[in-house]
Write a protein that binds this ligand. Sequence first.
Ligand SMILES: [Ca+2]
Length: 137
Amino acid sequence: MGVVVIDGTTVRDFVRDEAAFAKSVDEQFAALDLNNDGVLSRSELRTAFQSMRLIESHFGIDVATPPEQLAALYDSIFQKFDGDRSGAVDRGEFREEMKKIMLAIADGLGSFPIQMVLEDDPHSLLQKAADLEASKS
Ligand SMILES: [Ca+2]
């Protein structure tokens, strides 16, 4: 686990740095595409969100959420990502939706820096946002 100090501006700057953001999201996408077919299936996306924990802040899951509600929630998340309703999430769809999620997190953080404890995840976008910020100073 690592501790980062992060605020909304850090996250927003990261999303606006299109090259860095696209590269990070693409790396994350590749890591999540377990069967390497170039798209994320329903179960791959679900595994992703279960491990990312991003969802807890963005979609308001807490530990007490019953399994059937969780299933419905993951379905609705999948539909959000699968913009063209093809039954799978491609790289462009993933980028687009991750951008929205990160901007929503930025709004939630506001301008007041907070400490966040991140689990060890080489593909954590929040970690990368913090790294980018640190590299500038
Ligand atoms: Ca796949």
